[in-house]
Design a protein. Structure first.
Length: 209
């Protein structure tokens, strides 16, 4: 079964408290989402493997560390996931970025792909799928299925706020994918919104209604 890691870092928790507030406007909300994503990325990359290499300082040769093996990719789920990308790239600027677009069919309520563009070597990379909200888990699980169908094997999922229903669905459908969340909230309401949550992340990032 996949691991679920709830970030307990004080800065992450403080900034999540700010984005939950109804009075936080789009400009501040966008900036905070990026900052939270960067802090979460710092925590979520703790398990990356290192290799020893020889380098030369201005003084002498010495041994240093560098990331070992597979390179990284960030794949946001459109559109709200875009808000997390820049913060993560601040820490791992060499990461490639892909995009997955899904919408929910109004009759079946199932996620339908409308866009998918991935780095050519995505199957050889460690991939972070990102979306601020993990609510029902439908879109996130579908996005990860799409990646697996394209040969991607090393996947982690990162969200800022998760609902228990979304965690359950992800673990049922993708027990090999670890989940990193900034906060685990109480439940979903009858409209599928996370309670207490923060409303519609996409609308708040982009200033739309």
């Amino acid at each position: 079964m996949s691991e679920v890691k709830i970030m307990d870092h004080p800065l992450i928790q403080h900034k999540i408290g700010l984005i939950r507030r109804v009075e936080t406007g789009s400009r501040d909300f966008r900036a905070l989402i990026g900052e939270i994503a960067m802090l979460m990325c710092f925590e979520a990359t703790r398990e990356l493997k290192l290799a020893d290499i020889e380098i030369e300082t201005p003084i002498c040769k010495t041994m240093a560390k560098e990331l070992k093996g597979k390179k990284l990719a960030i794949v946001p789920i459109l559109r709200a996931g875009l808000g997390m990308v820049d913060g993560m790239l601040n820490l791992i600027p060499a990461a490639k970025v892909g995009h997955i677009g899904l919408y929910r069919d109004p009759e079946t309520l199932n996620p339908v792909e409308y866009y998918c563009k991935l780095p050519a070597d995505c199957a050889e990379r460690e991939v972070f799928v990102v979306d601020p909200m993990l609510a029902t888990g439908g879109s996130s699980a579908a996005a990860i299925t799409m990646l697996k169908n394209k040969g991607v094997k090393n996947i982690r999922f990162m969200c800022i706020i998760a609902a228990p229903e979304g965690i359950k669905k992800m673990q049922e459908e993708h027990p090999d994918v670890d989940i990193y969340a900034g906060a685990l909230d109480e439940r979903l309401n009858e409209h599928g919104y996370i309670v207490p949550g923060l409303g519609d992340a996409g609308d708040r990032i982009f200033g739309t209604k």
